[in-house]
Write a protein of this length. Structure first.
Length: 268
């Protein structure tokens, strides 16, 4: 089994949800970002999403947009992001790592080269926000052929006619965007999440992870009672943006991760 399959199978046996954490590679700089990345598993992250910085992250709100700007301003690129994964894998072989971002940098890098390098580095999955299933041949199919999961986003506006198309070829887990908007903007009601989970369960057996707008251990615990995973990104990024120095940024992210993990692990 893949790392993602293994991790979700383990958590199902433990009867708890996964804490899925998101940070942007190279934010605020390469060394600090790598230190945070390496510290996340011990702080309680079950799955890590690592953002590939891009100039036009259209699905992201201000917090992650600014993280992209900070990272790019410090010279982060896809080569360095893959190197960060390699460094992470030197000390951590069990925690699944998913690259999240947009197709433009991958296309520029070269799809075949990217898939080969990502596999070699230790990437387990991809979330490519702006590549719909109509373009599976461009990246999804060759990535999965290489053993890299391709994780789809579904949203409140993905109706029952569109949902099977979106889920076709999905693997790893399904990422449900709980609000119609950008990252960090508002949060969904419990009732909405319950309805969404029930609807998605009718269409797929893949683990369901819910994100966008989850910021506190209490909110994470509420979602963890309903879904297979809780995704937190902007709240962690804010710890970097608001830190007085780089050591404080590392501490802020990892302390919040630990608090979120406690909320998720005691939810059921």
């Amino acid at each position: 089994m893949s790392r993602l399959q293994t991790r979700f199978a383990e958590l199902k046996q433990e009867n708890r949800a996964a804490l899925v954490t998101f940070i942007t590679a190279g934010d605020p700089d390469y060394a600090t970002s790598l230190e945070i990345l390496k510290g996340l598993p011990a702080a309680g992250a079950d799955v890590i999403e690592l953002g590939m910085p891009f100039t036009d992250p259209m699905a992201d709100g201000p917090a992650i947009q600014l993280a992209n700007i900070r990272a790019l301003g410090n010279g982060q690129n896809l080569v360095k992001t893959l190197e960060m994964v390699r460094e992470f894998r030197k000390g951590e072989q069990n925690t699944p790592l998913v690259l999240m971002g947009y197709f433009n940098p991958i296309h520029h890098y070269g799809v075949d080269r990217f898939i080969a390098d990502a596999k070699e580095a230790g990437v387990d999955g991809l979330i490519v926000v702006d590549l719909p299933p109509e373009h599976n041949a461009d990246l999804c199919d060759p990535a999965q052929a290489a053993g890299i999961d391709f994780i789809r986003l579904t949203t409140p506006t993905t109706d029952d006619k569109r949902l099977p198309v979106v889920l076709d070829g999905s693997s790893g887990f399904v990422y449900y965007v709980s609000v119609a908007g950008v990252t960090g903007a508002g949060s969904a009601t419990v009732e909405h999440v319950q309805e969404a989970v029930a609807r998605l369960r009718r269409h797929t057996d893949l683990p369901l992870c819910i994100g966008f707008g989850i910021r506190t251990p209490e909110h994470a615990a509420t979602i963890a009672r309903l879904a297979d995973g809780v995704v937190v990104g902007s709240a962690l990024i804010d710890q970097i943006a608001n830190a007085s120095d780089k050591p404080q940024a590392v501490k802020g992210v990892l302390d919040l991760c630990s608090a979120l993990a406690e909320g998720v692990r005691t939810a059921r």
